[in-house]
Design a protein around this ligand. Structure first.
Ligand code: HEC
Length: 208
């Protein structure tokens, strides 16, 4: 008996189902999501200007190897840890290309890092040397994003304020490069502080 047509039909069905479940269904469910709010206050906010440049630095530096940008609910304690008040959903990512979800959590989730830090200085200090705030930190230092230079006249306004043991020698200062400023602007822009119907705030919900 010629089995050719059966093999062909079998393969066709497998491919059609794979296409339907991995491409067509997700596209139908979340491919047409739109932002909420008015044009002046649309959510999610778009990452623009310096923050958009910072997103490129984030990709270039490989921060995604250790950090996620997705608050999970079902897997447990993200909300209890204070990483967000609600889980992340597809609508949060509609403007992102690429989406920097990440899957390793050696460091914390950064979805709402802009709500945890209000000042740029603390983040600059962290990127310059994570061991300053946490002596056992295994986050790499990004000191190459900072420039050590001679103080001519007055010290620069944006010079890092460092504890004595990390401070440069007398007459020198550490200042952020444009990449460091962009990275910090990107971090400060990361805030999922808006409610969505599909993911209301869970802060007051008993998680046990
Ligand atoms: C090898 C893993 C690793 C890499 C790579 C890494 N980090 Fe981290 N990061 C950590 C760890 C661990 C912490 C937790 C605090 C600590 O140990 O300093 C942390 C903390 C942070 C924090 C503070 C978060 C909070 O919740 O307070 C920020 C912001 C941060 N990292 C951003 C970055 C950025 C931006 C990059 C890339 C330039 C990066 N990290 C690369 C491991 C990493």
């Amino acid at each position: 008996m010629n089995r050719g047509p059966f093999i062909f039909i079998g393969l066709f069905i497998i491919l059609a189902l794979s296409w339907a479940y991995t491409l067509d269904r997700p596209q139908a469910e979340s491919g047409k999501l739109s932002p909420i709010g008015s044009s002046s206050e649309r959510m999610p906010r778009e990452t623009v200007g310096l923050a958009a440049k910072g997103k490129e630095v984030y990709q270039e530096m490989g921060c995604i190897a250790c950090h996620t940008q997705q608050v999970r609910f079902e897997s447990g304690s993200d909300i209890a840890r204070g990483w967000g008040e609600r889980q992340s959903v597809a609508r949060d990512y509609i403007d992102q290309n690429p989406v920097l979800l990440g899957h390793n959590r050696i460091g914390s989730d950064l979805t709402n890092v802009g709500l945890r830090y209000e000042e740029a200085d603390v983040l600059h200090q962290l990127f310059y040397n994570p061991r300053i705030s946490s002596s056992k930190s295994n986050m790499p230092s990004y000191s190459f994003l900072y420039e050590e230079r001679k103080i001519i006249g007055q010290a620069s306004d944006n010079a890092l304020v460092l504890p004595d043991e990390y401070a440069p020698e007398e007459g020198m200062e550490i200042v952020p490069t444009s990449k460091a400023n962009a990275l910090v602007a990107y971090m400060l822009s990361l805030k999922a502080d808006y409610d969505l119907v599909e993911a209301p705030s869970l802060k007051k919900v008993d998680l046990k």
